[in-house]
Ligand binder design. Structure first.
Ligand code: G3I
Ligand code: 9MR
Length: 554
């Protein structure tokens, strides 16, 4: 099924808003021009010159850009270049990413722990409940006077982290926050969205209903006796590739309280307390409870500033073992400052020393700046608004400059092709969008669009990296339900990790097609290093797809 012709046309396999920047990449071609054809009758509607040939080291290709941004007429199209098969079909039109955004959010529902997915909500992906987590053991590493080793707690709900069935507070933090930010920044887009969840129609927007499923779980991960937060809720080893209700029946554990978990928890709960304040009627007391939980976790972290996490010897599941905690302190302080307007938190953030970086689970500095920028009009006089603007703009400008000089027109450098590279490019887009929201530089919006184009097909692999979306989506993600459910198509709406040269799963997989950063990818269930799904990777997909739909209307 793979196009093997040397010359190939890579384009976003979904499409573009009429006013969006529209680019395709043509590989290893001697052609100098391209055409855009109507998909229904092949009529040529646009002709343009290809850009100059440039070498992209990450994929070892020589590529030319096709820019058809001035084609704005709604319709379905293909691109044609002499010597190549016509491109995949794509659409120009309004709300191009509505369905993608809804599916990317629904994927969280599909990954819920502690609930049966019913046919009326999950369709063919209905399944019995797994992991009720009503008797979770306190692991030796987490034992305290109030909760000794082997005592049990209840820790229901939450999302499975990824293709595995464990739940990790550090990764939950950035994921849940990003969904909350999508809602905070673009409330109109999400207000009427109906995701067909069990909670739909209860007076909360569905994006918040979904976020709440995980926030409820996160609250159980805090020890009420001291405010500390367990790092994870987990088996001792990874489950086999089975459905949730068939997973290990041995009890699960809460493992070691960590500083990173406490701070990511504090930041996320502080942000959530702001968002849920408007829903006091639907959820009386929730906002205040979240803020109190956030402050208690902050106090614990301040008293235990170096409780870094490494797996205890008998626990072999995901580690999320960040050793650098300045950014977690800064993010928690920023969110607590915004939610309480208490200047002590602003001082604790150490704004002058905090850089703005593209966020990931282990580096959350960018989230602090993103929240401060969004709330800049409502901060106390102490906040340095110039600094906030210059941090956001500085990061966006650096990303846009890489984007501009990249043969593929992506902000990705070689070092960005890490485990979960597809989320790197989307988090770059999310930060570019913060720059655009701040000062309206269209170049930032265009560069953000390119990040979504990349994961939807304008990349060096020919794939659209979201299950169920585009002409060639992944069919075999490392996702236990998708593998074990006996349904051919994987659960839709999941972004897979993407190419990276580490190949840490090589022992479990057939050989990869290539070892280059941008092409080292395997659509095979074995490939947890390039083809797993994860809640922190879907979150910027939600943010960016919704933002581009909404901003294209303005
Ligand atoms: O920190 C080092 C850095 O100093 C070094 O320069 C760089 C060079 O490769 O490596 C960095 O470490 C990487 C680490 O992530 C931090 O970014 C490791 O190579 C890399 O293997 C590691 O990948 C993580 C992976 O788990 C393995 O631990 C991914 O970020 C993380 O997303 C992934 O998360 C897993 C969970 O553990 C379990 N559940 C599924 C989930 C998704 O695959
Ligand atoms: O399934 C696991 C996946 O969720 C993790 O991201 C990955 C890396 O920690 O590990 C996977 O489990 C594999 C294990 O590490 C090695 N043996 C094969 C397992 C996959 O079935």
């Amino acid at each position: 099924v793979q196009a093997t012709a040397a010359t190939a046309i890579h384009v976003n396999q979904l499409g573009f808003a009429p006013q969006a920047d529209k680019l395709a990449v043509v590989t290893d071609s001697t052609a100098t021009s391209f055409e855009v054809l109507r998909a229904d009758n092949g009529q040529s509607v646009y002709r343009g010159e290809l850009g100059a040939a440039a070498a992209w080291k990450a994929s070892a290709e020589t590529v030319k850009l096709a820019d058809f941004s001035t084609l704005t007429a709604p319709g379905e199209y293909r691109i044609k270049v002499d010597g190549a098969a016509p491109s995949d079909r794509f659409v120009i039109g309004a709300d191009t990413y509505r369905k993608l955004n809804a599916a990317a959010l629904k994927a969280y529902y599909m990954n819920r722990a502690g609930i049966a997915l019913e046919t009326r909500y999950a369709g063919v992906y209905a399944r019995p409940a797994g992991h009720m987590d009503d008797k979770v053991l306190v692991h030796a590493s987490a034992a305290s006077k109030d909760r000794p080793e082997g005592s049990t707690i209840t820790s229901a709900k939450g999302w499975y982290d990824a293709g595995d069935y464990n739940e990790y507070v550090v990764n939950s933090g950035i994921s849940t926050y990003t969904l909350l930010a999508a809602f905070e920044h673009f409330p109109a887009y999400y207000a009427k969205q109906n995701l067909n969840l069990p909670e739909s129609g209860n007076g909360l927007p569905d994006i918040l209903n979904e976020a709440l499923w995980n926030l409820d779980w996160m609250l159980t991960m805090q020890d009420p006796h001291d405010g500390g937060v367990y790092h994870k809720l987990t088996n001792k080893t990874f489950d086999a590739m089975v459905m949730p209700d068939q997973a290990m029946k041995a009890p699960r554990y809460v493992v070691q309280k960590s500083t990173a978990a406490a701070l990511d928890f504090a930041a996320t709960m502080a942000a959530a307390s702001r968002v849920f304040k408007a829903y006091e009627q639907q959820r009386p007391g929730l906002s205040a409870r979240m803020l109190a939980a956030a402050e208690a976790a902050w106090t614990w972290a301040a008293a235990h500033p170096t409780a870094t996490f490494r797996n205890p010897p008998d626990v072999r599941t995901g580690e999320y073992g960040d050793q650098h905690l300045d950014d977690e302190f800064a993010w928690a302080a920023a969110e607590l400052y915004i939610s309480t307007r208490n200047d002590d938190y602003y001082r604790a953030m150490k704004a002058e020393q905090t850089p703005a970086t593209v966020p990931n689970w282990g580096d959350v500095n960018g989230l602090a700046w993103m929240s401060l920028a969004h709330h800049r009009a409502r901060l106390t006089p102490l906040a340095d608004r110039k600094l906030i603007a210059s941090r956001i703009d500085g990061l966006a400008a650096a990303l846009a400059s890489t984007w501009k000089s990249s043969p593929y027109r992506v902000a990705m450098k070689d070092k960005d092709f890490v485990w979960g590279s597809n989320a790197v490019v989307l988090n770059q887009s999310m930060m570019l969008l913060q720059g655009y929201r701040l000062n309206g530089k269209v170049e930032y919006l265009d560069a953000a669009q390119s990040g979504l184009d990349y994961v939807l097909g304008r990349n060096a692999t020919t794939y659209s990296f979201v299950t169920g979306f585009g002409a060639r989506p992944p069919l075999h993600p490392h996702h236990r339900p998708s593998q074990a459910d006996k349904i051919d198509a994987p659960v839709p709406g999941f972004l897979v990790g993407g190419p990276q040269a580490g190949q840490q799963d090589q022992a479990d997989c057939p050989p990869y097609p290539a070892k280059l950063p941008a092409t080292s990818y395997l659509d095979n269930v074995c490939s947890y290093a390039s083809n797993e799904v994860a809640i922190n990777w879907n979150a910027p997909l939600v943010y960016v797809s919704g933002a581009l739909d909404e901003l294209s209307k303005q």
